[in-house]
Design a protein around this ligand. Structure first.
Ligand code: DAH
Length: 339
């Protein structure tokens, strides 16, 4: 009997000392495992006289039951303690400040493009995007620039094959649209264009915005009125435009469009090189051959078209002096274009 009590005490002490489930289990095995204390008590049975065996067995079984109950209780407490410890370790300080993510900004080219779309869609223009890989017909021939035409030299073309090329101008989209849609037409076509050209103001890839209006009775005055509106919204309220004669194969007459310098108001400064005017785009009345190529009767309909470089507008508007800044993606530069 004394020995039993001693074993219970020892087991209790071992269970209380256990610091986690693992050591508690090990303690339990020292008493109740196959090589534990209880098992070795049972071993003694064979040394006893037969008549003492049942009483002895009963005692050992009672002892085993007590120990099992005692360990079971400890296990419940241990589980609870371990859960509390785990929860305490995972506690979150909800008062801690969150991580800030750097806010992105729209690229200046995207901003100007969106602004242009805003201005012209307000005048009823619809956006149409043509493909970047074009064939010779859409980029040149249908635009009244057949093979051998000297105007092909105005743009250095990247040819992919004899027939396919990277479009040098969004003007190619005019033909694609007029083949599909008949007047009245008011189209705006933004997109990438490619030319073998590379210096501080030219990049082999840049963006253009093309405009096309075809309807009955369209004149050059309509073009200038619309450009005035564009210049006032894009540059400054007091901006004016002027047309200078120029040449493009797909327009007749063709003009180069200048906007009064918004820096000096037209007096002459470094930006406008003392002239008071800044060249911003090419335009003209759609050449009748171009209309004919698209199955539109030039005696019934007339139209104007214009094309501008988006990078150029962005550089003018934001005072950017090198076109490369627009493709380098230096965040220190881009960060300056916050709303
Ligand atoms: N496609 C011309 C260029 O890339 C720009 C241009 C000039 C477009 C006159 C036009 C236009 O639509 O009428 O230089």
């Amino acid at each position: 009997m004394d020995e039993n009590e001693q074993i219970v005490e020892e087991a209790e002490a071992a269970a209380s000392e256990a610091s986690d489930s693992k050591s508690l289990y090990e303690a339990k095995m020292r008493f109740l495992g196959r090589q534990g204390k209880i098992a070795s008590l049972m071993q003694r049975m064979k040394d006893l006289a037969a008549e003492h065996r049942p009483a002895f067995g009963k005692q050992v079984n009672a002892l085993r039951a007590r120990l099992e109950e005692m360990f079971a209780e400890h296990e419940v407490h241990m589980k609870e303690r371990e859960l509390q410890r785990k929860l305490a370790g995972e506690q979150v300080d909800v008062t801690m400040p969150g991580r800030r993510h750097a806010e992105g900004t729209l690229h200046p080219v995207t901003r100007v493009k969106n602004e242009l779309i805003g201005i012209f869609s307000g005048m009823g223009f619809e956006v149409f995007e043509g493909p970047e890989i074009e064939n010779d017909y859409y980029n040149f021939t249908a635009l009244n620039t057949p093979a051998d035409h000297p105007a092909r030299d105005m743009q250095d073309t990247f040819y992919l094959t004899d027939e396919f090329l990277l479009r040098t101008q969004t003007s190619a989209g005019q033909i694609r649209l007029m083949e599909k849609k008949k007047p009245p037409i008011k189209m705006l076509s933004p997109g990438r264009v490619f030319r073998s050209d590379d210096d501080a103001t030219h990049s082999p890839m840049f963006h253009q915005m093309e405009g096309l209006v075809v309807d009955k009775g369209i004149t050059l005055c309509d073009l200038q009125g619309m450009l005035d509106e564009f210049a006032r919204t894009m540059f400054s309220e007091n901006s004016k435009t002027r047309l200078r004669p120029s040449y493009f194969p797909f327009t007749e007459p063709s003009v180069e469009v200048d906007v009064s310098c918004y820096m000096c108001g037209g007096k002459g400064c470094a930006l406008c090189k003392g002239t008071g005017w800044i060249e911003v785009l090419g335009a003209g009345m759609v050449n009748r051959h171009v209309l004919e190529n698209c199955g539109i009767d030039p005696d019934e309909y007339t139209g104007f078209a214009f094309g501008m470089g988006i990078e150029r507008i962005a550089m003018l508007k934001y005072g950017i002096n090198n076109i490369k800044l627009l493709t380098e993606n230096d965040v220190r530069f881009l960060k300056q274009f916050k709303e």
